[in-house]
Design a binder for this molecule. Structure first.
Ligand code: MRU
Length: 366
């Protein structure tokens, strides 16, 4: 945030602007007070934008990381297929290191490394064709993510409406930001909410502030206000009271990494919402693309949780809000155990965590 007051500007929301050879990102550190795009000229810029959280949200991290590589490759010439393959592998592994918890960048890197290897082996193409095909595969990620999010929205809204078994409208709680700012567009959990709204079935969405980085207050609230979706902001500490006093139909959140047993890492605070939802018999849904599912790790115990700097807790923008000298603990994510999750909503359908294996058939890496 540029200052402590923060003034909302109206804009057409597009977090990632890409056209051949040019990549621009809406700087999410400045929202909602300032609408400013930064130019990404290559992998180094991409890595820093992800690391500093100028772009954030698991799918957006992967898309921006890969597009930053596409931008860099477009500027460079390669005299052999081997040198292109080696360059690509090194840069992708570097991009994976920008943030550890969300798995989407790692999965995209593995798939692109396997693609570049098969292009290298294909004797019918030269290095220029190899580069072109590789860049096209990255560019396709944008359209695929939008299509996947619409499918998630459709499956998720139907699941929530089926759950209430009546013609009523629903009240839904969400956490963090999972919308156009966290994806190529539309969003995952926020896509479900957009879908409910488009059917005239959403009475109200409640969004948490999502301390300490305030993705809910700064970003989700921003998207909801822009689209005139009926929405109410609450502090993270108000969730139990909300469920006690308001009739909440469902919780829907995103995911940064879902383990093979359904345990799910998502923004810090998700776990306590799931515990409270269980207590109040409110269904708890995780909405995530297949690229957020990591079948290589057996459980949430194996997920590396990123720890962020104390400054994110002690300050809002440049305003200090905590006593100078206090020690902070700032894990960016927590793990919600599978037994607290009603179902996982993906672009290929909905599964209970215990049935997550069924989704393996849809993943190219199974
Ligand atoms: O630290 P962030 O802002 O990158 O965390 C984002 C979240 O936890 C989202 O809820 C998750 O990535 C899903 S985004 C569609």
């Amino acid at each position: 945030m540029a200052n402590c007051e923060g003034v909302c500007e109206i804009m057409t929301l597009k977090a990632i602007k890409y056209s051949n050879g040019k990549l621009e990102l809406l700087d999410q550190l400045l929202l909602p007070s300032e609408t400013k795009y930064i130019s990404i000229t290559g992998v180094e810029d991409g890595w820093h934008a992800i690391h500093k959280m100028q772009v954030r949200g698991a799918p957006a991290i992967a898309i921006v990381g890969c597009l930053s590589l596409a931008i860099e490759l477009q500027k460079e010439g390669y005299n052999s297929k081997k040198s292109l393959r080696q360059e690509v592998e090194g840069k992708l592994n570097y991009l994976v290191s920008a943030r550890p918890t969300a798995v989407n960048m790692k999965i995209a890197a593995d798939e692109l490394i396997s693609l570049v290897n098969s292009l290298d082996r294909d004797e019918s193409i030269n290095v220029d064709v190899m580069k072109l095909r590789f860049i096209q595969a990255i560019e396709n990620m944008l359209d695929k993510d939008v299509a996947d999010n619409h499918a998630i929205g459709e499956y998720g809204s139907q699941a929530i409406l089926n759950g209430i078994k009546s013609d009523k409208t629903v009240r839904v709680l969400t956490h963090c930001n999972t919308g156009s700012l966290a994806t190529a567009s539309y969003g995952t959990a926020l896509g479900v909410i957009r879908s409910l709204h488009s059917y005239g079935k959403l009475e109200r969405v409640y969004c948490t502030e999502t301390r300490p980085y305030n993705q809910g207050a700064r970003l989700t609230a921003y998207e909801l206000v822009q689209e005139k979706i009926p929405a109410t902001l609450l502090c993270d500490s108000m969730v139990a009271a909300l469920m006690k006093r308001q009739n909440i139909s469902a919780v829907v959140v995103g995911a940064d990494r879902v383990a093979a047993n359904g345990d799910t890492a998502n923004k810090i605070g998700t776990y306590q919402i799931a515990v409270v939802a269980k207590h109040h018999s409110v269904p708890f849904f995780v909405a995530a693309p297949l690229t957020s599912i990591d079948f290589n790790i057996p459980s949430g115990e194996n997920i590396v949780i990123e720890e962020r700097p104390a400054h994110e807790m002690t300050h809002i923008g440049e305003c200090r809000i905590a006593a100078p000298g206090i020690t902070c603990w700032n894990p960016a994510f927590d793990v919600t155990p599978a037994e607290l999750i009603t179902a996982i909503i993906t672009e290929k359908g909905i599964v209970r965590p215990a049935e997550i294996e069924k989704l393996k058939d849809f993943t190219r890496r199974s």
